[in-house]
Design a protein around this ligand. Structure first.
Ligand SMILES: [Zn+2]
Ligand SMILES: [Zn+2]
Length: 563
């Protein structure tokens, strides 16, 4: 057959997940054929609690060095941080286009601007249905629904066959923007023959279907109807659908909307500019005007749904926000899932709010949040339509990937040509050639920890946390506080390694400890008894102090001991 002859002559296609398989976050997939390597997504992950002092975790790019070091195209499925957060660190290696929808690229531009970078001529805005040729790949885009507007699945037409990458998706039949998942195109591709499907595994544990973004409207309607004072809604700054819902209900219930927190302000502006968020005239109010308005006239959309100590909600919760303060008539809605690992921080925020007698609504008590990832029946539907020869489950911890494999077996096991599952993890090289698909070997992977104090100086060196440590060293302030009173017990101690200022090494640390003691004593009791907030405060203050005194930016890892 001429087809198999062609395949035999054609170069192999190698797919290597560099992140996102075996963990949630930092999604990145390298696809190579011949000399050409492209990346699908460049995500980051928020550091786990065990990594204080680290702002961001991104995949290591050592594997790219074995492929000539350069990237012919960066393909982005959507604008969530776990898919675009690593773009600033990858961009210096990208020679070709950065492909994404208008909203995704706008979020990227906004992000990389902080790093002094720009996409420039590399930006290539695509719409679903577009096809772009990059080397041996023809890249096609298909509309999918998720929890953020303008998401796409990616189809790679390669010399070995068709690869389909779902991106993050659920099957939302009634999305707020009336742009449903293009099931028809997925079925067409399936009928014509798909070599491999890379599919989102996040919610494979959940039975049935996830539900539409519009499903939360009733619960919010009730909250609006029953709240006497201020209404605060905390969600991800990228949750534009949620923003739209709140804006629409604000219009209905005669409240004005304030966007509070930098991410919320920036993203709402981008979304409005591009037409993804429609705010009727007269509805918006500046955050600075919230304090002078009557509570019942206001709804605030705020950042901090994950209990992030530097975000708006954490500051509001300890009454330390410039514009927003809360009391007994007010309601806070946490309209987001708790990302695993953040439960404790979120719990602390809820405790602070409870102390101010604020009513707190979470998805446990009312249906104020819906996931953006398809449940098991949606995964089954996609498998049935695409009918791939191989399934590579992506976007999940290993248990989700493994369960996705069993689901594929249930769906296709009895068919004439069952789907074979390749259970890959980060660093596994999946090879497609004349022999079919298989896990070939493993390549070097890893994580790079990034300390935000270095943003602005982005180059390849940024990618090596150890170089940062080698250059500026490590400083560990140890502070003991009384758990009940929040009183500082004794003077802070500062331990340093590899941080050797040119002048008066000892003095800097002694002065730093005294400076820190004063800074801590200046905090409210609530802040001092909240480990997360206190660590963030110590880190920020000490960084500023050391930068000013020595011009250096060591990594600062605060240790707070409660007695
Ligand atoms: Zn996503
Ligand atoms: Zn994701």
């Amino acid at each position: 057959m001429s087809v198999s002859n062609d395949t035999q002559a054609a170069p192999a296609v190698d797919v290597v997940p560099l992140g996102g398989l075996g963990e949630f976050g930092l999604n990145m997939l390298a696809v190579s054929c011949g000399e050409t390597t492209i990346l699908i997504d460049a995500g980051s992950m928020f550091p786990e609690a065990g990594l204080p002092g680290v702002d961001l975790v991104v995949p290591a790019l050592d594997y790219l060095d074995t492929r000539g070091g350069r990237v012919a195209a960066l393909v982005l499925t959507h604008g969530h941080e776990d898919h675009i957060g690593g773009v600033p660190y990858v961009l210096p290696r990208v020679d070709g286009p950065v492909l994404g929808t208008a909203f995704t690229l706008a979020l990227v531009e906004n992000k990389i601007e902080e790093h002094g970078l720009e996409l420039g001529a590399r930006a290539r805005v695509i719409v679903p249905g577009d096809r772009v040729r990059v080397g041996p790949f023809e890249i096609e885009f298909i509309r999918v629904t998720h929890s953020i507007p303008d998401c796409v699945a990616v189809v790679l037409h390669t010399p070995q066959g068709v690869l389909v990458h779902t991106g993050d998706f659920k099957i939302d039949y009634t999305p707020l923007d009336h742009q449903p998942t293009d099931l028809g195109r997925l079925a067409e591709l399936g009928a014509a023959g798909v070599l491999a499907l890379f599919a989102d595994s996040t919610n494979v544990d959940r039975p049935g279907v996830t539900g539409s973004e519009t499903d939360v409207r009733d619960a919010f309607d009730e909250v609006f109807a029953t709240t006497e004072g201020k209404l605060i809604v905390a969600s991800f700054a990228s949750s534009v659908y949620r923003m739209q819902l709140i804006v629409d209900l604000a219009a209905k219930f005669n409240r004005q909307v304030a966007f509070v927190g930098r991410g919320m302000q920036e993203n709402s502006q981008i979304a409005q500019r591009l037409g993804y968020l429609r705010v009727p005239t007269g509805i918006a109010i500046k955050d600075a005007d919230v304090s002078s308005a009557r509570g019942r006239d206001i709804v605030c959309l705020v950042t901090g749904s994950q209990g992030e100590p530097q975000a708006a909600l954490s500051r509001i919760a300890i009454d330390d926000h410039r514009h927003v303060s809360l009391g007994p008539d007010d309601t806070v809605v946490l309209s987001a899932r708790a990302i695993p690992g953040n439960e404790k921080a979120i719990g602390r925020v809820i405790n602070h709010l409870a102390r101010r007698q604020v009513e707190v609504v979470t998805e446990d008590t009312r249906h104020v949040h819906v996931s953006g990832h398809g449940s098991v029946d949606e995964l089954k539907l996609v498998l049935s339509l695409v009918r791939p020869r191989y399934l590579i489950p992506v976007h999940g911890e290993f248990r989700q990937l493994a369960r996705h494999a069993r689901v594929a077996d249930l769906v296709t096991g009895g068919l004439p040509a069952p789907t074979r599952v390749l259970l890959a993890e980060d660093g596994h090289r999946v090879r497609f050639d004349a022999e079919g698909g298989r896990l070939l070997d493993t390549v070097p992977t890893g994580r790079v920890l990034i300390d935000g104090s270095r943003t602005g100086a982005v180059d390849d060196e940024m990618l090596r946390d150890r170089r940062h440590l080698a250059a500026d060293g490590l400083v560990v302030p140890v502070v003991v506080v009384n758990r009940q009173t929040g009183r500082r017990e004794g003077a802070p101690e500062i331990v340093a390694r590899g941080f050797v200022p040119e002048t008066a090494a000892g003095d800097v640390l002694v002065d730093g400890a005294a400076f820190l003691a004063a800074a801590i004593d200046g905090c409210s009791v609530e802040e001092r008894t909240d480990e997360g907030l206190l660590k963030e405060r110590i880190r920020g203050e000490l960084r500023r102090f050391l930068k000013k005194r020595t011009g250096r930016r060591p990594m600062v890892l605060p240790v707070v001991m409660e007695i």
